[in-house]
Design a protein around this ligand. Sequence first.
Ligand code: CA
Length: 217
Amino acid sequence: MRVLVIEDEPDLLEALGQALREAGYAVDEASEGRDGLFKAAGTDYDAIVLDLMLPGLSGWDLLRELRKSKSTPVLILTARDTLPDRVRGLDAGGDDYLTKPFELAELLARLRALIRRGAGQATATIEIGDVTVNTAERTVRKAGQVVALTPTEYALVELLALHRGKLVTRTMIYEHLFDEDNDTLSNLVDVHVANVRRKLGKELITTRRGEGYQVHG
Ligand code: CA
């Protein structure tokens, strides 16, 4: 899953980027409102973490602009614990908010919930035949046994599972699994798919030639 963090405090931006990467996300960063809007409008992120008090363009204005074209789930970070700020953020199109200072564990849990809801998934576990994907634990079980996957393999399985029954194009895989600094060659997706099939069974992922991949729900 790929997230965008828009935050102008350098230390917090760096800490968030690092924590999210450690949690398995591909992460893009923006430290200024207009750059944030440019990135947010140009890529289908799985979620956006948005500070409200930003140079260039405020978080509220950014959200209002973004909502003209994209429904990406947005988690608002607000330094000011005042009710009007939070209400204004939610009214501008935010989906959830956290007040600084916040606990990282809570931010990660809220992001997971936003991403699930954005994909129309109500619970943390997704079952596909004898394969169970737990998006809170970031584990995959086959017939009850945890299968060891690399972070990229897990991200691929989670993406396909969240869109089960639907085509997931190669473009979607690139947009959701790799961040803007990652220029991995396209054939690597095939390698990851082959590894997942070897670990979880050939039948899990169907190739739709020239289009992409699909798991059946
Ligand atoms: Ca700020």
